[in-house]
Design a protein around this ligand. Structure first.
Ligand SMILES: *[C@@H]1O[C@H](CO)[C@@H](O)[C@H](O)[C@H]1NC(C)=O
Ligand SMILES: *[C@@H]1O[C@H](CO)[C@@H](O)[C@H](O)[C@H]1NC(C)=O
Ligand SMILES: *[C@@H]1O[C@H](CO)[C@@H](O)[C@H](O)[C@H]1NC(C)=O
Ligand SMILES: *[C@@H]1O[C@H](CO)[C@@H](O)[C@H](O)[C@H]1NC(C)=O
Ligand SMILES: *[C@@H]1O[C@H](CO)[C@@H](O)[C@H](O)[C@H]1NC(C)=O
Ligand SMILES: *[C@@H]1O[C@H](CO)[C@@H](O)[C@H](O)[C@H]1NC(C)=O
Length: 242
């Protein structure tokens, strides 16, 4: 009775993990199990996790380096942009100056702005330049277009009856010839330079044939001629609103 009592008293001690190792068989297995678990965990921590941590540290450092590189690159690019902007600003200013001189010429020390440059006709929000060059300076349709483009304009795209009349009036006939306009045959149909089809077929009597472009002839409307023929030209651009 006394012994049994002692044993029960000892039970709490037996259950204590520290001393359980040299006691009964089941707790011995548990003990080895725990030991093994500790070893495995230690191994896991020391190898896999440590490697992972090392990897992450390395990656962090790599990212930091990359970030620094990008910062440098950003600074470099910002500098380059600023260097590129400088001529831009100057170009804009010189363009602005050109526009002011072209559209707002000085007269008696006073500037007066006009919708069209000197030498251009102002009709219905458009400016037209009629090129009455000497015969030797007449141009093919392509050359005519280039001549207009250099003047920041294009061969006229005639949008309505009204404009057709305006263009026609300026197309003085000379040696039975007229002025190039922005109409030519493309893919077998009459097309304006802005990509629209010629919708009013009565505006040109000839059927579209390849390599043909249109001239405007006073009192005769539009006529189909070979694009490599030489003619005078009309340029058109938007008028400035003043
Ligand atoms: C880190 O580990 C990843 C995969 O988990 C691997 O793609 C990468 O290359 C490793 N980085 C280093 C620096 O070892
Ligand atoms: C900026 O980048 C360009 C082209 O990559 C290089 O030639 C130049 O030396 C760089 N400038 C600076 C200040 O790093
Ligand atoms: C230059 O002018 C254009 C308009 O023609 C404007 O959009 C641009 O912001 C200007 N650039 C500078 C640097 O002033
Ligand atoms: C356009 O053509 C005319 C006549 O040939 C010529 O005098 C003028 O210099 C040309 N303009 C441009 C900008 O090419
Ligand atoms: C122009 O005409 C062609 C051929 O008749 C047609 O296929 C095309 O849809 C027309 N384009 C427009 C914008 O009306
Ligand atoms: C087509 O053009 C002719 C001549 O310019 C004009 O009389 C007629 O009204 C126009 N037709 C249409 C549908 O615009």
């Amino acid at each position: 009775m006394k012994v049994e009592n002692k044993a029960t008293q000892q039970t709490p001690d037996t259950n204590d993990k520290k001393s359980s190792c040299n006691k009964s068989f089941p707790s011995l297995a548990t003990c080895w199990g725990i030991l093994l678990l500790i070893v495995v965990l230690r191994f896991y921590f020391s190898t896999v996790l440590e490697k992972r941590i090392a990897n992450l540290t390395e990656e962090t450092q790599m990212l930091k380096k990359k970030n620094e590189e990008l910062e440098t690159e950003k600074k470099n690019l910002t500098e380059q942009i600023q260097q590129m902007m400088t001529p831009w600003i100057e170009l804009n200013v010189s363009r602005a100056q050109w526009s002011i001189d072209a559209y707002c010429p000085k007269e008696n020390n006073n500037r007066k702005c006009k919708p069209c440059q000197a030498g251009w006709l102002d009709v219905e929000s458009s400016c037209y330049a009629v090129n009455d060059a000497k015969r030797e300076e007449w141009k093919t349709w392509e050359e005519a277009r280039e001549n207009c483009t250099r003047k920041i304009s294009d061969l006229p795209v005639v949008i309505n009856e009204e404009e057709k009349k305006t263009v026609s009036e300026k197309s003085w006939k000379y040696e039975n010839k007229g002025y190039w306009i922005g109409l030519r045959v493309e893919d077998g149909i009459w097309k304006w330079l802005d990509g629209r089809n010629l919708t009013n077929s009565s505006w040109i009597n000839q059927l579209p044939s390849d390599g043909h472009c249109a001239v405007s002839v006073q009192n005769e409307g539009f006529k189909s001629v070979r694009c490599d023929e030489k003619n005078r030209l009309i340029c058109k651009k938007k008028a400035l609103s003043v």
